[in-house]
Structure formats: structure tokens, C-alpha cells
Design a protein around this ligand. Sequence first.
Ligand code: SF4
Length: 178
Amino acid sequence: MKKKIKKASRPKKAYRELSARALSLGAVSARVIDAATVVTAEWVLYKCRFGCPGWGGRHSCPPRTPAPSATARMIEDYSVGVLFGGGDNEDIHKIVFPLEREAFLRGFYKAFGFASGPCRLCARCDLDASCRRPWEMRPAMEACGIDVFATARANGYKIETLKSEKECGSYFGLLLVE
Ligand code: SF4
């Protein structure tokens, strides 16, 4: 049975500063959220498996990523998140690692970030070798079973399904801290 560890409360200012840092790194919006509002679901992986041409194509993608149930248990270890939006998947990948690093250096030793979409830090992802940049590669929220729509909506973001390829999507990243 999992041992319950009492969560220490930090000054809210520290979380707000991380949110501001996400903005200074290029996020178009950022919000401090309760980690309990991050929604996971088994169906999310079915959407990756059936419909996404990137399935299995990168170290950052399923089936190499944690299952939704494992992610749900992992999120229970955190109390706070910074949910941030960016222009596209590449923007989110550029923000998430420096943001996680900064949080770690500020003393948030459990800081962990989730990106959006497949990792494109290298032009080619060699699946016969180990990830070439594991220190900065972070999996997408959806690749780990996070329901991005439900999580964004639970935190006041308007996010809708796209009706045509001409419409711009909404992209999100997430930093979990304690
Ligand atoms: S950092 Fe490079 S090797 Fe690792 S998942 Fe991303 S593209 Fe693949």
C-alpha cells in the first residue's frame, strides 16, 4: 500500500512565479492549478493508437510512455500544476524543460513536465537506440493518458474540437510541482 506523505505547503507566490516564468519562456497563457484537476482516462491512449500517424514513432510516444493508470497514480504525488498554452507543439517542447529545470533549481525537487505532441528535438528519432536527449525530452500529456480537453476546461480554458483543417488548435503543457 502506498504510504501517504504529508504535503508541505509552499507560499503561493512561488507557484505564481513559476507561472510567470512559463510566460517569459514564450507561453501565451499560464495558470496555477490544483493537480487534482488533471484528468486521466484510458480512452486517451486509444485515440493515440487509432488515428495518430505518430503512434510508436518516437521515444516520447506510446507505447513507450506510461499507461493512463500509472499517470493517474503519479499525479496523486503532486498538489500543484502550472498549465500553460503555446502556439504549437514545438513551442510547448521549448518551454517545458527549462520551466521544469527552473522549478527544480528553486527547490521543487519533484518537478516534472509534460509536453504536447511528439518530441521533435532531433530530426530523426532512432528507436533502435536510446533517446539522445533524455534530460530534456518530456512526453506529451496525451501520450501518458491525460485528457487535455477535460483538464483545460476544468481550469477555465475554452478548448473546442476543430471543424476544419484551417482552424488553429490549442496546445498545452503541464508542470507538476509539490
Ligand atoms: S530527444 Fe530525440 S531521440 Fe529523444 S524522443 Fe526526442 S526526437 Fe527522439
